[in-house]
Write a protein that binds this ligand. Structure first.
Ligand SMILES: CC(=O)N[C@H]1[C@@H](OP(=O)(O)O)O[C@H](CO)[C@@H](O)[C@@H]1O
Length: 553
């Protein structure tokens, strides 16, 4: 992960690589020269992708190995570089630092960080006076009692965990006050004040089992364990990438595995049925919740698991956030919210039932963009409140500066405004973030007093199926209308339309993957059998019309 800041960080504990430092491994000198001659972002990204990653020993196929945003005016730039937990990380890191160094640009190593943490650090570097939600005075957020945190990341935990704890503690105090009012002795009788000073968390801790995908999220979630225990949430971290699992990111675990396979991850066989579990992915920018069904076993067991495992994917997280934020906004005076633009952003993979819930039940505007966070983020960024999530669990909620200023102006007199401001600190404003997402979900469920079943009950997903297939040249398939319509090869869309027309509540589309040499097919229908059959039939049509020969393998 490489990303650029236009303001050098003077001193926040990160390691600075001076242009004359001796960081350039000999093997990378030719690449460094190539990087030094790049004149655009695209060229830098392309060199890093094609040359550096290809040269790095043991580089895996991970999508998050390296990305770059790059020089505008080289002298004013600082490049922040972070890495993940794979064995290839040191080589990639050295190559990246060498490339940046060769361009005469300062580089900071942020060490092992999640992708969203790195985005957050870049934001802080560019906005030295405040966090992404600086409109909330720091004093309003509790200082989090986290476990040990590396210095550059302190601001991340202060902002995000601090806001979470403030909101949780306020909620628990309100609950205690309500309980006391209910138990109030008759007027005139003496009462003990001991209950008012009782520990905030009086109920036994709820356990949340977290699948860390053997990735970087494990180390970054660890500091949260003591902080969350203080408000009654016991995090139990699994698939932490230790021992034999070192570097096995997303292997039979992680958000993508759980969401696509609909199976519990490896090392969850002993987790009780119905338990609250969540999965992040290897770089901790995606989050899904799940709950093992009776008799299901983890992805590492070789068992087929259980089809009735409960899954709360990115769509479900988005709906939970939408309900909560909409409730808070509705508590504010209408004139304050006048002209505030809300936009919910989804892709074609969003379950049709979630889109209908947003539009018809919550009455919020929804737009569909092509797959890929860059499209969703851009669309959400244009609104005052932009909520975007991919079904795979990547997403966030963006609060515009204009909205935060409006809320800050009335925060003293309107608790809902203050809470929305705190939410804008809790929610990573730079990119989808599994850690921030976990805190958001836990906060909302507790504030609403909801179980997983109540969350699931917001709406019922249409049965769906995703599959992928190989064709001789996936670029022969082109799409339009946010990837929902195939433009080429000729006749494919007509074939899909004819197949879909036969299926009650049917919807299907095919698109070339941007990250794999494959074509992805998505189908949904009134029953699981119909969705499975629809996906298979559409895949066969794609295969036939895109140059496949014989029956689809
Ligand atoms: C269906 C699906 O999950 N597609 C993923 C996947 O993109 P594809 O272009 O479908 O390969 O990887 C992207 C990057 O991580 C992610 O943004 C996207 O949601």
């Amino acid at each position: 992960m490489i990303t650029a800041s236009h303001n050098p960080i003077e001193d926040n504990g990160v390691k600075m690589v001076e242009p004359d430092g001796g960081m350039l491994p000999q093997a990378f000198e030719p690449i460094a020269t190539e990087l030094a001659n790049c004149s655009s972002d695209e060229e830098v990204a392309s060199v890093l992708r094609d040359r550096v990653m290809a040269s790095a020993p043991a580089a895996t196929s991970g999508a998050h190995g390296a990305h770059a945003t790059a020089p505008v005016a080289r002298g004013a730039l600082t490049v922040l570089v972070g890495h993940d937990t794979r064995p290839s990380a040191p080589a990639l890191m050295a190559a990246a630092l060498a490339g940046v160094h060769a361009m005469g640009v300062h580089a900071h190593s942020c060490g092992c960080v999640t992708t969203p943490q790195l985005h957050f650090l870049v934001y802080i570097a560019n906005h030295p006076t405040g966090s992404p939600a600086a409109a909330v005075p720091a004093a309003q957020a509790a200082a989090p009692a986290t476990g040990p945190v590396s210095p550059p990341l302190q601001s991340y935990y202060d902002t995000i965990v601090g806001a979470f704890l403030t909101l949780m503690e306020e909620h628990q105090q309100q609950q205690q006050q309500q309980q006391q009012q209910q138990q109030q002795p008759p007027a005139g009788s003496s009462s003990s004040s001991s209950t008012t000073t009782a520990a905030i968390s009086t109920s036994p801790a709820d356990t949340v089992y977290v699948d860390c995908a053997n990735g970087v999220g494990a180390a970054q979630l660890q500091p949260l364990v003591p902080a969350l225990a203080g408000v009654g949430i016991r995090l139990q971290l699994r698939n932490t990438g230790l021992g034999a699992a070192a570097g096995l990111l997303n292997c039979k675990c992680g958000a993508d595995f759980v969401q696509k396979e609909r199976l519990p991850p490896s090392d969850f066989a002993d987790v009780p049925a119905g338990a609250r579990c969540c999965s992040v992915d290897g770089d901790a920018d995606r989050l899904v919740y799940f709950s093992p069904a009776a008799g299901s076993s983890g992805g590492g067991s070789g068992s087929s698991g259980s089809s009735s495992m409960g899954l709360w994917d990115g769509d479900k997280v988005a709906m939970l956030a939408a309900v909560f934020i909409r409730d808070l906004m509705s508590q504010l005076p209408a004139e304050l919210m006048e002209g505030v633009q809300v936009c919910c952003v989804q892709t074609a993979y969003a379950n049709g039932a979630s889109t209908a819930y947003l539009r018809d039940v919550l009455q919020l505007p929804v737009v569909c963009t092509p797959t890929g966070v860059k499209y969703l983020h851009e669309a959400a960024h244009g609104a005052d409140l932009g909520l975007y999530f991919e079904s795979n669990g990547h997403g966030t909620v963006l609060f515009s500066a204009r909205l935060r200023e409006r809320l800050a102006a009335v925060a003293g007199s309107h608790p809902a405004a203050r809470q929305l401001l705190l939410l804008s600190r809790l929610i990573n404003q730079t990119v989808g973030d599994a850690i921030s997402g976990l805190l958001l979900v836990e906060l909302i469920l507790r504030r609403k007093g909801w179980s997983l079943a109540q969350w699931q009950g917001l709406y019922t997903d249409l049965p769906s199926r995703q599959l992928k297939l190989k064709v001789p040249d996936r670029t022969s398939i082109t799409t339009a209308d946010a990837e929902r319509v195939c433009v080429s090869p000729a006749g494919l869309q007509e074939a899909i339309d004819a197949i879909v027309a036969k299926v009650p509540q049917g919807r299907a589309f095919a698109r070339p993957s941007g990250t794999e040499d494959a074509v992805r097919v998505y189908a949904e229908a009134g029953s699981q059998e119909a969705a499975d059959a629809l996906a298979r039939e559409v895949a066969q049509a794609v295969y036939d019309l895109a140059g496949g020969v014989g029956p689809r393998p």
